[in-house]
Every structure is written in C-alpha cells, then in structure tokens.
Design a protein around this ligand. Structure first.
Ligand code: DGY
Length: 323
C-alpha cells in the first residue's frame, strides 16, 4: 500500500525524518529560508499531512489541499489555525503542549529578573566602559522576592511561572483566568483575582494567555492605565495579545516601569519599532522554547501527531477546539 504523502514545511532533525519515512512518503523543505506561501500551496495539492510552525491554515490553503487530513504544529500556540475552516473541512490540528512548559517558564523568570535588576542595560553599561568607581544609585533596580506577581492566563506555563514565583521567590502570586483553578490554588497557594484588580495591584504582570478572538489586544490603553507606575509588564504569549502602541505610550509616559518582551506584533520586529530604543524594555526574538532538548521533544511530539493523523487515528495532542 502506498504510504500517505506529507509535507514538512521546515527543517527537522534526521531522527524525525527516519521516523517519518517509516510511515509516510516525505517531501521536505530543507532551506533555511521560510517557504513562500505560493510554493507551500503548490506542494500541498496531493498531501495528506503537513508539519509546520505558524503557517496560516485558512480556507485558501485548505482549498488548495483537498486531501489534507492533519496539520501538525511544532508549537504549543495554534493561533495560525482558522479553527472554523478546519472544523468545516474535518482537518485535524495538533500542537505540542507540556514538553515546553518549564523551558518557557524559565525564560519568563529570566525576563522578570532581568527587567527588575536591569541586567541587559547594565551589561551594556559595563561593556561600554561607563562603570564609574563610586557607588551609583543610578544602577538601582527593584526586588523580585516578596513582591506581587500577577499572571494572566493560568495554563500549564502560567502554573510553572507561579511555582517559580511562589516557591523560589516567596512572591505573592495572584492570577486571572477564564476558569478558576482550584487545584492550583490549593497546591501552590496562589490566589484568583479579578482582571482589573490584578492589573492595579501586581508588581510584575505576566501575560501568558493563548491568542484567540477574546484575547486579541486584551491589554490596551485602559489596562496599562490601571497598572502601577512601578510595575513591570512581561509578554511571552503572542504579540497580538496586547495593543503595542498602548504599551509604547505607557512606557513613554512612565505609566509603568518597564517591560520584558519575547513577542511582538510583527516578527521579526521592525527596525524602527520604538521599543528597540528603550533602555527599560528587554526585547527577545521569540525564544520561549528555544532550547535544544526542548525543541527535540517538541519535534518528536509533532511528528508522532502527524503520523497518527495521516493514519486516520486520533493523535494525542489535538487542539481542544477541534476535539
Ligand atoms: C509556541 O510553542 O507556541 C512558542 O511560542 C513557539 O512558537
């Protein structure tokens, strides 16, 4: 029997190829450059499976891929899926939850500490030869320990951040989520808090919600206005969960103390984005899960999802909305 044809739209590891070749007829994109949309659509005309990161899966793509059964994302986020269009066409969508939670939480904590203690800014200061012999209160930062950490979006990654804050830094951890997480509250001693209250009282606000219709620009002018002038805002979810102009305005007008950002409205971030000029903003190139062993795990989960999907079985990590 012919093996199902699949398209691998980005470089994968040799071990993933070997595994996939056992079950599938593989076509791969091996360039470092991202495949163009038109090229991708052409390649999908006879494919039953697609392995990708971030490709927009919409009606246009689905119309050009009449045999497609599954799109396997190599990411936990799946805001690239048009869930309605996929549901209508019966195309399965999968993602890679769990394996990256601690890795992303580590990065978020890195952003919290780096912003609070101004680590990248002061690293530049030392390297630029600006360090003066006398003690300088210009170098002061703010404490992380025993401060209030507000987490918006208490999913698995949110919980891993809460754990670090609570157990590692004795923080008072509050959270806002669509549903209350009583087990997490009991296990970790974190408190549920209404949205506005969280914004008004947190010293560090971590936005960790998936990007959906409801969370698009969840944080805008009104929300930044509610935050404390001394607060630090961290975003490692998706750039579109905030109104970036409102963040820039809040920073320019000192409505908040600083920000740590792993994600932007447009990625790679545009060279003239005002955030790049701000010393009190840490800017990272969307590296939440960028650790070799974590990526290896994500690839493995994603290729297994793909194989199950093209075999007509239900993969373990179908996104909740398509279950
Ligand atoms: C994820 O897995 O969603 C990370 O943000 C990488 O895209």
């Amino acid at each position: 029997m012919d093996k199902p044809k699949v398209f691998i739209a980005r470089k994968i590891l040799d071990e993933n190829k070997e595994y996939l070749e056992k079950y599938c007829d593989l076509e791969t994109w091996d360039s470092d450059l991202e495949i163009t949309r038109e090229e991708l659509l052409d390649r999908l005309s006879d494919k039953e499976g697609l392995l990708t990161v971030g490709t927009k899966i919409d009606e246009e793509l689905l119309n050009r891929a009449p045999k497609l059964k599954i799109v396997s994302n190599i990411s936990v986020g799946y805001n690239n899926f048009d869930l309605e269009a996929m549901k209508k066409r019966g195309v399965i969508g999968t993602h890679t939850p769990n394996v990256l939670d601690d890795t992303v939480a580590d990065l978020i904590f890195g952003l919290i500490i780096s912003s609070a203690r101004r680590i990248p800014e002061l690293d530049r200061y030392v390297k630029n030869g600006e360090w003066k012999p006398q003690e300088d209160d210009d170098l002061f930062g703010v404490n992380v320990h025993h401060r209030t950490l507000g987490i918006i979006g208490m999913g698995r990654i949110g919980e891993a951040v809460a754990k670090r804050g609570k157990l590692g830094f004795d923080m008072d951890v509050i959270y806002y989520n669509r549903n209350r997480k009583l087990e997490t509250e009991n296990n970790l001693g974190v408190r549920y808090c209404e949205f506005d209250e969280l914004l008004k009282t947190s010293d560090f606000i971590v936005l960790m919600t998936p990007l959906t219709k409801e969370t698009r620009e969840l944080i805008g002018y009104r929300e930044f206005d509610l935050m404390k002038k001394s607060s630090i805002f961290i975003n490692a979810s998706r750039g579109q969960t905030i109104n970036e102009k409102a963040l820039i305005e809040a920073l320019e007008n000192k409505k908040i103390l600083g920000a740590g950002l792993d994600v932007f409205k447009i990625e790679p971030v545009e060279k003239d984005n005002p955030l790049l000029k701000m010393n009190n903003v840490i800017t990272l190139p969307h590296i939440g899960s960028a650790v070799e062993e974590t990526r290896r795990d994500m690839f493995e989960v994603a290729v297994r999802n793909l194989v199950k999907g093209v075999q007509g079985k239900i993969p373990p990590n179908v996104v909740p909305e398509l279950k």
